[in-house]
Design a protein around this ligand. Sequence first.
Ligand code: ZN
Ligand code: ZN
Length: 342
Amino acid sequence: MGLNIVAKETRCHGAIVGSLMNEADILASPRAWRIKWQYAGPIIVVHVAALLACLPWFFSWTGVVLAILGLYVFGTLGMNIGYHRLLTHRGFTCPKWMERASAILGVCCAEESPTVWVTWHRQHHHEADKEPDPHSPLTSFLWGHLGWLMIKNDNSNTASAVRRYSKDLLKDPFYVWLEKSDNWFKVVTISWAAFFVAGFVSVNLTGGTTADAIQFGLSLLVWGVAVRTVAVWHITWSVNSITHLWGYRNYDTPDNSRNNIFVGIIANGEGWHNNHHADPRSARHGLDWREPDITWLTIRALMALGLARDVALPSPRLAAALKSRKLRNIEGPRQRAQSIDA
Ligand SMILES: [Zn+2]
Ligand SMILES: [Zn+2]
């Protein structure tokens, strides 16, 4: 038997969920230590690189500013808008160049290719907190956060899942090219190297020494790439883990999704996750001023510029349910139909 799920029916907030193996079962499994080094390796290396930020030699204010700007440019424009609300849920349409540009920003976050990421996420919505969910934290917090990425399990074997969940992306030669020969990872590597090269060249051109150029280039690599990438990873992983464990629920969805204030803030709107599971296609996750959603404000700006069209807004039916504060058992039909038929 593979390192998959021992289905145990547990009742959770009125919904039946099939829980994954608990952590002790996972670690006792004979296949438990089949580490997925293609993910575990880069995850460890980039975390170690980010820790170099503790050493003053790697510091530069430019690096810090690039890290902060990068959280928005790569995290919000790339992951939240590109990978999540646009490619996965098709919450709006935009010119092809913009869709591809946002996808490339997402690629630079090194969270897998668009095709695989979209597959995992559509699978998550389709089977959230049930047996085939790739990353339910009902197994354990750590499993939902990053264990599922690092230890082999049947739920993230993706070849057949990609064909099932990402038919639309497989029709686009751009996403097929990114997938082929791991070209997406070559893009990641080039984007990371560009930070070092930019820092090195800028010091050289202004008359600095080679040692100064190397120090500045490395400061941009450590802060502008490693610190930012680790932050974006943990923000994404927190949506998978924290917002399926802790927070409040506006809707009685058949999963354990929550609106979590902490993740809502740090993830620029992605933490209003119960709202999102209730209405996955909606491009707006935070429903009022108490649920700030910078990603949605960005999409609104794109609408004003004529770049975002056919924007999926929160369902009036759900808005009415929320207004009357009646929890509704929401099945998320729009997402189910979209995720499988796409
Ligand atoms: Zn979720
Ligand atoms: Zn989603």
